[in-house]
Design a protein around this ligand. Structure first.
Ligand code: F6P
Length: 550
């Protein structure tokens, strides 16, 4: 953090925002704002590469934005962004640069370009070699790829592969295994043929318990099932090449300590993606992210979508008091996006000290959660509409659906699928409308409620059927789910997370909070195995005793 940057809550803009929240914030009613300003959508929507954002249903106005931009200036956001992109050691607690943007810069641009592109080319050549013979019947021709990793070494490839299902090589089945629970891998192994399976063991550190346990079991299964030529069936992706070799895998695709785990899908961690969508598709993914990087680096803050969203996050968290946000992609392919974003946002900004280790007196990361629409509507949307907490919702709508080519043969089938897509979009639009407009008691009274109990007075039923409305949402629109648009969308969330973290003055790139549980697990494992609970807290001792009875 540049020494001259004040803590965000000590800035003039922070006080101004607090005052603004008192006056405007409490009275802010979206319905009124739309009535007062017919240009609200134009004023508060933004086009970034591949993503159009309607921020007009957010709980803010132009004055809020002005104060937030002042806050960004006082917190030296532009300097911090430039330091990040230039490769300064912004991950101070680990003394590292944070350069995932260098992984998607075109050849000859950005830091470490030569090394990045050499390893990228090598990985893509490997992926193309596998793809060229995928589904074939010669020994070594691959039918199944099992990607073993967890957290940042799993969530990105898992999410992208689901999103781009329509683009995957038809001869390859791609599987992701992460949980140390052997049921994850155990359910898959009986369906595999060792002669036609490729295991990709992905771990930045190559010390992660879950990944090593799964890799170990996979290797044991491979040998037991008569597999030969382990070298052709196990490859690894890691920064710890020596550890991989010690484990017995010789083909390693490398990356570097300046790539954070949750920002690593652009590196060789993306190998399963490349196997699925090929070298050209992978390069498109990188190009989409790079376009968003340029936007983040160059667009004025007023028109800079990651900056605007990151500032909105600060406004919501610190001045509106919202503690969580729901991400609802109206695209089944994006079903794994909320899980991916959970790590990105909450591992990055779930901190209570600043970059210098000083305790922070203000709130940082919110809780991110979500499910694809329309499934979420039949689960938790009740709470979003009528619950006592206000939860901002982020809709992601996709103009054109993507189906595998085989479904495009019959016009009648195409028409049926088109109708489904229109229904999907209409549902997303309807939810955003319902959140904003709500329904008054008077409106509810005028309606019939066929399932309401006749024993109750209409006024009572009407109170149950009232929606407060004025609930905030925002909508991100993509033309289609393609490697390019997905790259841009993910980079948007990365930079947005950096922006709020930078304003809060925290290090968004370490994750010390996951260490304690890992260390305690190492201590508890022998206790669980032996039953020796001496000196343990009473609850842990009782639980171990009970589990050992089972
Ligand atoms: O959950 C903690 C964490 O360190 C993540 O940050 C990381 O993505 C994950 O574990 C996996 O680590 P590795 O790639 O070293 O196996």
């Amino acid at each position: 953090m540049p020494l001259s940057a004040p803590r965000c809550d000590e800035t003039v803009a922070w006080s101004a925002l607090a005052g603004h929240a008192q006056v405007h914030g409490r009275e802010l009613d979206l319905r009124q704002l739309f009535q007062d300003d017919p240009d609200r959508v134009q004023r508060l929507s933004l086009q970034a590469p591949e993503v159009w954002a309607d921020l007009s249903r957010s709980h803010w106005d132009v004055a809020t934005q002005r104060h937030l931009l002042d806050l960004a200036r006082e917190c030296l956001l532009a300097d911090r962004r430039d330091a990040l992109l230039a490769g300064a050691a912004v991950n101070t607690t680990e003394g590292r640069a944070v350069l995932h943007t260098a992984l998607r810069a075109p050849k000859g641009q950005g830091p470490h370009s030569e090394a990045v592109h050499a390893e990228l080319d090598r990985m893509l050549a490997f992926a193309e070699r596998i793809r060229a013979r995928a589904g074939g019947e010669q020994p070594g021709d691959i039918h199944d790829v099992v990607h073993i990793g967890i957290g940042g070494s799993d969530l990105g490839p898992r999410m992208v592969i689901a999103a781009l299902a329509h683009r995957l090589h038809p001869g390859l089945r791609l599987h992701s295994i992460s949980n140390v629970d052997g049921q994850d891998l155990g359910a898959l192994l009986p369906r595999l043929n060792p002669a036609h399976t490729l295991f990709v063991v992905a771990s930045k550190t190559f010390t992660t318990q879950e990944t090593l346990a799964n890799a170990n079991t996979a290797r044991q299964w491979f040998l037991d099932a008569g597999g030969t030529e382990i070298d052709r069936h196990f490859v690894a992706v890691s920064t710890a090449v020596e550890r991989v070799r010690a484990f017995g895998i010789s083909e390693v695709f490398a990356f570097w300590d300046w790539v954070g785990g949750r920002f690593s899908m652009w590196s060789t961690i993306g190998l399963p993606i490349a196997l699925g969508i090929g070298a050209d598709g992978f390069r498109e993914l990188l190009a989409g992210a790079h376009a968003m990087d340029r936007h983040f680096a160059e667009a004025p803050f007023e028109a800079n979508l990651p900056v605007q969203l990151g500032l909105l996050d600060v406004w919501y968290r610190n001045f509106k008091g919202y503690t969580s946000r729901c991400v609802a992609p109206y695209a089944q392919g994006l079903r794994s996006l909320p899980a991916y974003l959970q790590q990105l946002v909450m591992e990055s900004n779930g901190k209570s000290v600043d970059a210098q280790g000083q305790p922070l007196p203000y709130a940082t990361s919110d809780v991110l959660w979500g499910e694809p629409g329309t499934n979420g509507q039949h689960a938790f949307f009740q709470m979003l509409h009528q619950g006592s907490d206000v939860v901002p919702v982020e809709f992601i709508l996709v103009a054109r659906p993507s189906y595998p080519a085989v479904l495009q043969a019959s016009p009648a089938l195409q028409a049926a699928l088109k109708q489904q897509h229109e229904a999907l979009l209409a549902n997303g639009l309807a939810q955003a409308q319902a959140l904003m407009w709500g329904k008054t008691e008077a409106e509810a009274l005028t309606e019939q409620a066929p399932t309401a109990s006749p024993a109750l007075a209409p006024e009572v039923i009407a109170r149950h059927r009232t929606f407060p409305g004025n609930r905030p949402s925002l909508t991100l629109v993509l033309d289609e789910v393609s490697p390019r648009s997905l790259g841009a969308l993910i980079a948007l969330f990365e930079h947005r997370t950096f922006v709020s973290g930078a304003v809060w003055g925290i290090n968004s790139f370490d994750q010390w909070g996951v260490e304690l549980g890992k260390a305690l697990c190492q201590q508890l494992l022998p206790r669980l195995q032996s039953g020796d609970t001496a000196g343990l807290d009473a609850s842990s001792a009782a639980l171990i005793g009970r589990l050992r009875q089972g």
